[in-house]
Each structure stands twice: as structure tokens, then as C-alpha cells.
Design a protein around this ligand. Structure first.
Ligand code: KG4
Ligand code: ZN
Length: 359
């Protein structure tokens, strides 16, 4: 195990300043500082506030991670950082910090993809990912089904949301129920005391002619808004617990149904669920039931590793080192819309792009 790469990962794509340290697939430290409370009253993440908070939290959070892991920075084999996708200004703070540490310590730098990191983090809990693995990635900004042949270099997108992301739907529905931000955890809590069959909310894109692996949650959000509005207009109490449970049931039903179908259609017998929404208790339970029935092995990291953190970035960085992937240049740029298929940004990335553009 001592031969496995020791990597520090920095995550600043949204409102969490995460610094994790891993050795291969072993988690040594997972330090997170969140600015979520500063955004609550705005009902969503305010990019400028997030960037400033990252700047203030960065050095102390790195120090906390090093202390927790009980290692010296000079022991590291590499520094990994989220290069995208995410909020441009927020990413920039992490990328700048990672470059500074890499340069000062003389260690290779790995700019990695946030979404691939959400998948790779499961290695810290359940060991190396089988190849191929089907990944259902569900976060505040993304909902995708990804056929993962190699987490460091080969991910194929089978489908994605055509409108709202799953987490975004949770956040919007929580807002219209006046439950605050972020919406996922609070809806999860209320739903536990509600009836998931109380209201028949629509299941988007599940018709026989609809694309099999794409998602749509904006119609569901509108249906919930209309239902709640009608109750309010009639002067009746809104049964928040039943609305939360029925909404959550609709989301998890569609996500798990399509994920299991993607596994079956592609002959893949491992399903991994990652991203903040993978912390959802109903999604985890329903996925387990349906995978058991279909003979699919389900892998979902513990909830703390599902939401944004630095350990997931370190986990992917360590895999990059282990597989001898090219490090990034010290001139690495953050890319707020880095495509999910670009698992990392190697040093020749810019040259490759220039080459492609000029034919
Ligand atoms: O992956 P993440 O931490 O950040 C992004 O990369 O977007 O995901 C955040 C999203 C938010 O929309 C939040 O409401 C949702 O994950 N979330 C949940 C739960 N915990 C977090 N959604 C449903 N149930 C949860 N328990
Ligand atoms: Zn995320």
C-alpha cells in the first residue's frame, strides 16, 4: 500500500472548499469548509460570495487536511484540483492555489473533471471500480448516465437531462415549499414522514418513444408548483410531507428505472451512483431494490462523500498518477464548462485543441 500514490485534492467548483488526501484508494483526510450558510438567504449560491469564501478558507483547510492525514506536504506525489465544470471564479481560486502548491513543492499538477471525481470517490469506500461501470451522476448542475470504461480516460455519455438537473429540481421544489436552501437534504427529511403515493406527479421522458437515457425534471417541478398553488388558492393547508415524498418518489423512480435499463441494454452489471443527490435516502433504497432484482451490483459512497469534497478530487488524482496519465501544465486554466468526457486536462490539451480547430 505504501507504493500507492499519495495525492492531495482541492475542490472549489461551488460553495464547498474541499481538501482531501488519499493514498491510492485509501482516504487519509477529508477537510471541508462550506459557505452554504452565507448563501441561504439568497436562495442559491452567489458566485462572488463563494469565491471570497474559498480564498479565506483555502490555506487553513489545506493545513487541516495535512494535519488530519499526519503527513508533510513534501511527502505528496501530486496535487490534483477540480479544473471544471463549475463556477468560473470559484474554480479559479482552487486552480491558482493548486498551481502554487505544485510549483512550490515541485510536484506534478493534475487538473481533473469534477464529475469524474464524483464517480471515482467510490473507490475510497468500495475499492477500485470494475470496468466497465455504469455511472448515474446526479448533482446540483448535472444528471447523466455515463458508461465508464476507464475513469481516467474513457467515459461515454449515454444521456443527460434536457432541462433541470435532479438536484436543481430538489432545490426549486424546496424553495416553492419555503423550506430553504439547499433543498435536497430538507426534502429528504420531510419525505420520511410523508406518503410517496399521495400525489401522482409525472415521470418525465418515460414514454415508449422518449429517449431511453435522457432526463427531464422541469415538467415535474411545474406540476408540483401548480398542485401547491391550487391548494393555496383554495385556502387549504399544503401537506408538505406528502408533497415532498411524492415529488422525491417521482425523481427517484425515473433515475433508477433509466439507470437499470442502461445497465441491462449495455450488458453492464455494476451501477455506481454519485453526486450530491446520491445522498438521498430514498434514491439509495430504491436503487438497491431494483439492482437486487436485476442482478446488478450497486455502489454508492456514504452520503458525506457524495456531496462536494476534496477527497473525490484526490481519489481521481491518485488514479491519474497510478495510470501514468500526463500531468497538467502549470499554465492550466479553469474551464467552467469542461465536458464530462474530458476526465482531466493534460499538458498538451491546449495544443490539441488548437490543432483540432485548425483541422
Ligand atoms: O454534488 P453537489 O454537492 O454539488 C454539485 O456539484 O452540484 O450536489 C448538490 C446538490 C444540491 O442540489 C442538493 O440539493 C442535492 O445535491 N442534495 C440532495 C441531498 N443532499 C444534497 N438531493 C436530494 N437528497 C439529498 N439528501
Ligand atoms: Zn458536485
Amino acid at each position: 500500500m505504501a507504493d500507492e500514490p499519495l495525492v492531495l485534492g482541492i475542490e472549489t467548483s461551488c460553495d464547498e472548499t474541499g481538501v482531501g488526501i488519499v493514498r491510492g484508494t485509501t482516504l487519509l483526510a477529508d477537510a471541508v469548509a462550506s459557505s452554504v450558510e452565507e448563501h441561504g438567504r439568497f436562495g442559491g449560491v452567489v458566485p462572488e460570495i463563494a469565491s471570497r469564501a474559498h480564498l479565506e478558507a483555502m490555506v487553513p483547510t489545506v493545513q487541516r487536511a495535512l494535519d488530519e492525514a499526519g503527513i508533510k506536504a513534501s511527502d505528496l506525489d501530486g496535487i490534483a484540483v477540480t479544473a471544471g465544470p463549475g463556477l468560473a471564479g470559484a474554480l479559479l481560486v482552487g486552480v491558482s492555489a493548486a498551481k502554487a502548491y505544485a510549483y512550490a513543492l515541485g510536484k506534478p499538477l493534475y487538473g481533473v473533471n469534477h464529475l469524474a471525481s464524483h464517480i471515482c470517490v467510490d473507490q475510497l469506500e468500495h475499492g477500485r471500480l470494475p470496468e466497465p461501470t455504469m455511472a448515474l451522476l446526479v448533482s446540483g448542475g448535472h444528471s447523466s448516465l455515463l458508461l465508464t470504461e476507464d475513469i481516467t480516460s474513457d467515459m461515454r455519455s449515454l444521456g443527460a437531462t434536457i432541462d433541470d438537473a435532479a438536484g436543481e429540481a430538489f432545490d426549486k421544489v424546496a424553495r416553492l415549499l419555503n423550506l430553504g436552501f439547499p433543498g435536497g437534504p430538507v426534502i429528504d427529511r420531510y419525505a420520511k414522514e410523508g406518503d410517496p403515493a399521495a400525489i401522482a406527479f409525472p415521470r418525465g421522458l418515460t414514454g415508449s418513444k422518449d429517449p431511453a437515457y435522457d432526463f427531464s425534471f422541469s415538467g415535474l417541478k411545474t406540476a408540483v408548483a401548480r398542485w401547491v398553488e391550487a391548494k393555496r388558492r383554495a385556502g387549504e393547508d399544503v401537506p408538505i410531507r406528502d408533497v415532498a415524498a411524492s415529488f422525491q418518489e417521482a425523481v427517484t423512480d425515473v433515475l433508477t428505472r433509466k439507470a437499470v435499463r442502461a445497465c441491462k441494454d449495455n450488458g453492464v452489471d455494476h451501477l455506481m451512483i454519485g453526486g450530491g443527490v446520491a445522498a438521498n435516502s430514498r434514491l439509495r433504497a430504491m436503487a438497491q431494490e431494483r439492482c437486487d432484482r436485476a442482478g446488478i451490483t450497486l455502489r454508492v459512497p456514504r452520503p458525506k462523500l457524495c456531496t462536494d469534497n476534496g477527497a473525490m478530487v484526490a481519489a481521481l488524482g491518485a488514479e491519474m498518477v497510478r495510470r501514468d496519465r500526463a500531468p497538467s501544465a502549470l499554465g492550466l486554466s479553469a474551464d467552467s464548462s469542461l465536458p464530462v468526457t474530458e476526465t482531466h486536462v493534460p499538458a498538451d490539451h491546449d495544443a490539441l485543441h488548437r490543432h483540432a480547430e485548425h483541422g
